[in-house]
Design a protein around this ligand. Structure first.
Ligand code: MSP
Length: 648
């Protein structure tokens, strides 16, 4: 990747339907890479947009009884709303219906036509509407489209063709000489494989009689331009090709076109040959990522399993969603999306490894240092050095991961630091240092953890900008780091600053009741300190002190209302009263009780559990129940007792 500038693009999305997780993924990935480059001080331009022409959009509009323009305008807003919601920092958003784009497409068409790169001929072949591509009889697989395997339509008509075939040998040589042009390598091989067969000329027109929704050919008004020939041009029209030479010279060639694996041929064969015919330099890298599948199944409207990113964000927040997508997908390969996997990563990595570490640290700084960030101790011990080196190494790993498109590996290095940080606290036991009055060592330990958190918050900022800004506020830091270098050097945390402690950064979540106890309270938050001693019964049960039990506040509660929760067939939402107070709790008891039979029951709840959000509902406590042999019964009170009574 060039060090001087970074121009990154996403595909421009069809506006025939609302955005799904695939669209969100590429755009978040581009955003994260753009944010890292800005942080590295590299001038960055990030382009996204929408593809408004073509048969897909025209057909969707016909179905919705709208004009294609109305259909496009209605859908584009949903993309823009989603990008706002998930904090996408694109520098430009191009729509192919804008004059700045249409003019460039028409100028290109005219130029290529005049230079004999485009010619007219009779066409006889097969057309796939969803892919918007023509195929020869021999290309079909069992009579269907070789790409999507759907039925094709027979077409015979006059059309215009781009002399793509003349660039075949040049393109093969170019790909062979530029190993980073198409990535990952197996996609490069796929394109080279495709180029082993003779390359056909590309049909770049559609007769208006069949498709009116597109850019008119400047030399024949009976035709519109093929949607892909129009769409690919967005990458240069947006940055001023034939309009603003200075802007164009600044950004072209693109550093990175991010695409999904299904649009490899259009980007690695059509687009380079178009650029070659225009005598323009090639983009540096075209990176094809894999697909998100749901569980083991392809996402599809007909299966009804399409993941709506807006729903995910409403439920779990934009940052956790961004984090999951970046951490879970190994760039290039397919990845599986399930809410269970999401909850697992969220609870382990965000709520526990990071969130819990932060709250342990803030509590200790509040208790032992009057809420002021301490000064680092003079001499550094082995443990401190190990944590410092690991943290700085994670910053280096993240910088390399960005260049190598392995964000999952960069994230892995950061998670290892967090786990090390938690272990470090356990080894150094600040509470014992405080008890022994070892002031300077205690200060040094708390500074070390705080400094590690500062670096981690900066490293994760491009992935979770809002949450990391929150974390950085606790540490008395600016919302965002000023430069990546500040994360490669140890010692930036400002001693003497008052920490802004408070809110739990990542409240624990539960996706499905099977992920947690059937009783459906929250899992207990991880222990603040390791258990002292740890004596066990002969059966292996770890015994606790009375003081541990005393931490749990059990109280009687009266169920006032009970109702099901949409799309969560195991959960019920309960409104309960504890004396003068009313609360909502979510319980995984729907398979054992009907809402009606619960109203009026006196139950026992854990009243001092940290709230968790379950299926979008905040659960403010947990009820108790016994479960065995596949059944479950609520714990109730023997005889009369007011609600809200403590249980001891
Ligand atoms: N309009 C064209 C792109 C033109 S670019 C000059 C287009 N649009 S699209 O809306 O159908 O798809 C956009 C992107 O979404 C593609 O990169 C495609 O790979 C990606 N995805 C569609 N489904 C996906 C998943 N299930 N998972 C990940 N990405 C997926 O093609």
């Amino acid at each position: 990747m060039t060090a001087e500038r970074f121009y990154v693009t996403t595909p421009i999305y069809y506006v025939n339907d609302k955005p799904h997780i695939g669209h969100a993924y590429t755009t978040i990935l581009a955003d994260v890479l753009a944010r890292y480059h800005r942080l590295l001080g590299v001038p960055t331009f990030f382009l996204t947009g929408t593809d408004k022409h073509g048969q897909k959009v025209q057909r969707a509009a016909e179905k919705a009884r709208m004009t294609p323009q109305q259909q496009a305008d209605a859908t584009v807003v949903r993309f823009q709303e989603l990008w706002r919601r998930i904090a996408i920092t694109h520098d430009d958003f191009i729509r192919t219906t804008e004059p700045r784009h249409i003019q460039v497409v028409q100028a290109i068409l005219q130029d290529l036509y005049e230079r004999g790169e485009i010619y007219r001929a009779e066409y006889d072949g097969w057309y796939c509407v969803p892919c918007e591509r023509f195929f020869m009889e021999k290309d079909l697989i069992e009579g269907n489209c070789p790409d999507c395997r759907r039925p094709v339509e027979k077409v015979r008509e006059a059309n215009y063709f781009f002399r793509m075939s003349r660039y075949q040998e040049w393109l093969i040589a170019y790909i062979e000489q530029h190993p980073r042009f198409i990535l990952p390598e197996y996609r490069r091989n796929e394109t080279l494989g495709f180029l082993r067969k003779p390359l056909q000329d590309l049909c770049i027109s559609r007769p208006k009689a069949r498709l009116s929704w597109g850019i008119e050919l400047p030399f024949d008004r009976e035709f519109v331009c093929y949607v892909w020939f129009d769409a690919l041009v967005n990458y240069i029209s947006a940055v001023g090709y034939r309009r603003d030479p200075a802007l164009f010279a600044r950004w072209w060639p693109a550093s990175l076109h991010l695409i999904g694996k299904d649009i490899l041929t259009t980007h690695t064969v059509y687009w380079p040959t178009m650029l070659k015919a225009l005598d323009l330099p090639m983009p540096e890298t075209i990176f094809a990522h894999g697909w998100w599948v749901v569980g083991q199944t392809k996402m599809s409207k007909s299966l009804g399993n399409v993941i709506n990113p807006m729903e995910m964000v409403d439920r779990y927040g934009p940052d956790a969603f961004r984090y999951f997508l970046m951490a879970e997908m190994v760039l290039g390969q397919d990845a599986s999306f399930t809410e269970e996997a999401f909850a697992r990563r969220y609870n382990t990595e965000l709520a526990n490894d990071l969130g819990n570490l932060l709250s342990r640290w803030t509590k200790m700084v509040a208790t032992y240092c009057e809420g002021l960030i301490p000064w680092p101790a003079g001499a550094e011990g082995d443990e401190e050095r190990a944590l410092r080196e690991k943290t700085v190494a994670a910053a280096r790993a993240m910088r390399e991961a960005v260049a190598a498109f392995r964000l999952d590996q960069g994230i892995g290095a950061i998670l290892a630091v967090l786990r090390e940080g938690n272990r470090y606290i356990e080894i150094r036991k600040p509470w014992e240092l405080a008890a022994r009055g070892e002031r300077q060592t205690l200060d040094g330990v708390l500074y070390t953890v705080g400094e590690m958190l500062r670096i981690v918050s900066g490293l994760l900022h491009p992935i979770m900008p809002a949450k990391m800004a929150e974390l950085r506020k606790v540490l008395g830091e600016e919302d965002a780091p000023s430069h990546f270098n500040t994360l490669m050097t140890w010692g930036g945390l400002k001693s003497g600053q008052r920490i802004q402690g408070g809110r739990v950064l990542f409240p624990r979540i539960v996706a499905e009741p099977k992920d947690r106890t059937e009783e459906s309270g929250a899992e207990p938050p991880p222990a603040e300190k390791p258990p002292a001693g740890g004596s066990q019964t002969p059966a292996g049960v770890r015994l606790i002190e009375y003081a541990d039990f005393e931490k749990v506040q059990l109280r009687t509660a009266r169920i006032l209302e009970a109702s099901p929760i949409e799309k969560a067939d195991k959960l019920l939402k309960l409104r309960i009263r504890l004396g003068s107070e009313e609360r909502t709790i979510v319980a995984g008891i729907a398979r054992f009780y009907r809402p009606k039979e619960l109203v009026g029951k006196m139950i026992v709840v854990v009243a001092n559990l940290k709230p968790v959000v379950l299926r979008g509902v905040e659960s403010q406590g947990m009820l108790l129940a016994a479960s065995a042999g596949g059944t479950l019964r609520l714990v109730t009170i023997d005889g009369d007792m007011p609600d809200g009574a403590p249980i001891k």
